[in-house]
Design a protein around this ligand. Sequence first.
Ligand code: ZN
Length: 375
Amino acid sequence: MRKRILIIVIVIIFLLMGSCIGFSLLQSPKVVLKKNTFSLYEEIETKEIISVQNGKLLKSEKIVTDKLGEGKLTVVVQDRWKRKKTYEFEITVEDTEKPTLTYKKEWTTEIGVKIDLLKDVKASDNSKEEIQVVVEGEYDFNKVGEYTIYYVAKDASGNEAREEAKLIVKEKKNTTSKPKVPSQTENKTFTTSKGFKGEIKNGVTYIDGLLIANKTYSLPSNYGNGLTDATVNAFNKMRDAAKKEGLNIYISSGFRSYNKQNTLYNNYVARDGKKEADTYSARPGHSEHQTGLAFDVNTISSAFDNTKEAKWLHQNCYKYGFILRYPKGKTNETGYIYESWHYRYVGEELASKLYNNGDWLTLETYFGITSEYSS
Ligand SMILES: [Zn+2]
């Protein structure tokens, strides 16, 4: 009885073992692709991502990742009975990398001056495609402020790079650079609106033979080297005559070179702005002080107007060949505000005409010329 049972058990064990062995021998190979999505241009060793059970990997294609989209991978496996079996897998190549931007983090400009915010801005991408960069954000070149802008670049797979940058729009700087000396390089003659003959010779303008320097007519930067003898001699006579009346007249500012005037003017511009400075200070090349024929006397301020010296000069300077160059109320003729302290030598004959019985005429009106900057 016991023996029979033992035999049955043994037979069952053998049957179980046999079926197990048989089953496993019948089983087809199991091929698993561990990964089926790849990045663009990813380098893959196909063998490393395939696992094979119950068989042997015979052949596998190289996984091509240089093209976006779906594809197939064919794998050939040999089973235990040396039979070849082909497996096909779906694979996907996708791009998940965003482009890389090369850009400037901060831009600075002056109000009203547009700049190309895309200058030297570049995007590169793993897809090797040409990527367009666009600027986003609100900014206004015509309004002072600090703006946040964004450089945006998108590749064909929709991967977007977005980088923040700053745009600073500043107030206009005061111009401290040298204003351009108008080109009076060509020698030429012309006729003024009052019929006087004008002549430009070596960059210097003469009207009816008289040297003119105002806002319209300039002098070359190398012109002049001090007050002319005629000016000094005439001044001395005038000063001596004033002395006899108990008045003290002295030159407080005489000849000024182009460079000196340039410094002076730029300082005024820095202090008061160009528009304001132009009403009382000449731009370099346009100052009468560079002619060597003009000077300022005593106190260079409106306070001088109330002095006995000022009153005497206004009534008597013409006798010595001087004119009150920038009379009261003649700003739109001379281009300058009233300067009771500024005198110009023109010779006795012309000075008498301009004196006009105390109602001073300007050189501009007398000759029929302008005194305006061209820009
Ligand atoms: Zn002056």
